[in-house]
Design a protein. Structure first.
Length: 245
């Protein structure tokens, strides 16, 4: 296990430098494997959702669980009913699994995990309504289990912002560049979110109504939407258009 001297800032800075070079999901996986091995943790599960509409989301799921466990966790969508997920959706501070009633976790896990685990979860709340969590665990019967988890939490609280930046980088690398709108298309769509008609937007921007309609139609097509209203919702959720600060 990393001793007290190795969990200091120089060690943490080493992890941060590694994260700043991450550009793929595979590299995030490799980094987390490397990090938990140094902290004597056994398993991790990173799940992040990226809304693309009000009812659909893309997901990034990275873990080192044995394959059958990983598949069941995804196929059965257990995370939707996990009390830890419910906590993370409403809070920003980490939570130790012991804070949740053992009976609730038992009902959720249903013997899927390979060991009697003890761990903690770190909520992730990112831009454009993205939400996720990082679960980290070790065998509950491991010597000094509580100390291992406490030391690990200290490190992860420092490096989590950099992990989120790495997730954002990977997401942007895989993002559909055809969805990128021109400045004029964004302007027209932004004014449309204010309830302005094409005629009103034309007067605001000093162009013809036909030009505004052209830009709005282009934006709708690029966002793979069927109408302007769907395009507005998708553009807001995906961060294509942002409110003025």
């Amino acid at each position: 296990m990393l001793d007290q001297g190795r969990t200091n800032m120089p060690m943490t800075n080493e992890f941060i430098k590694e994260l700043q070079n991450v550009t793929t999901e595979k590299q995030i996986h490799e980094f987390l494997v490397y990090l938990i091995s140094g902290l004597e943790l056994d398993y991790f599960l990173l799940k992040v959702s990226f809304p693309i509409s009000m009812i659909k989301s893309d997901f990034m799921i990275i873990d080192n669980y044995p394959q059958p466990v990983s598949q069941l966790y995804q196929i059965e969508n257990i995370l939707k009913t996990d009390p830890i997920v419910d906590y993370c959706s409403k809070n920003h501070s980490p939570i130790f699994w012991g804070k949740v009633a053992p009976s609730e976790l038992k009902d959720i896990n249903r013997g899927l995990f390979p060991v009697n685990q003890s761990g903690f979860a770190v909520p992730l709340h990112g831009p454009m309504a993205s939400f996720g969590m990082l679960n980290l665990s070790t065998g509950a019967d491991k010597p000094n289990c509580d100390h291992i988890l406490s030391e690990a939490l200290t490190v992860f609280q420092i490096v989590m912002p950099y992990i989120q930046d790495a997730i954002a980088t990977v997401r942007s690398e895989s993002y559909d560049h055809k969805m990128q709108l021109t400045c004029r298309e964004i302007e027209c769509l932004t004014w449309a979110t204010e309830g302005k008609s094409a005629w009103e937007i034309a007067h605001i921007l000093g162009c013809s109504e036909r030009t505004v309609t052209f830009h709005l139609n282009n934006a709708t097509a690029k966002l793979k939407c069927t109408n302007r209203y769907q395009a507005i919702a998708k553009a807001i959720l995906t961060g294509v258009i942002l409110p003025n600060s």
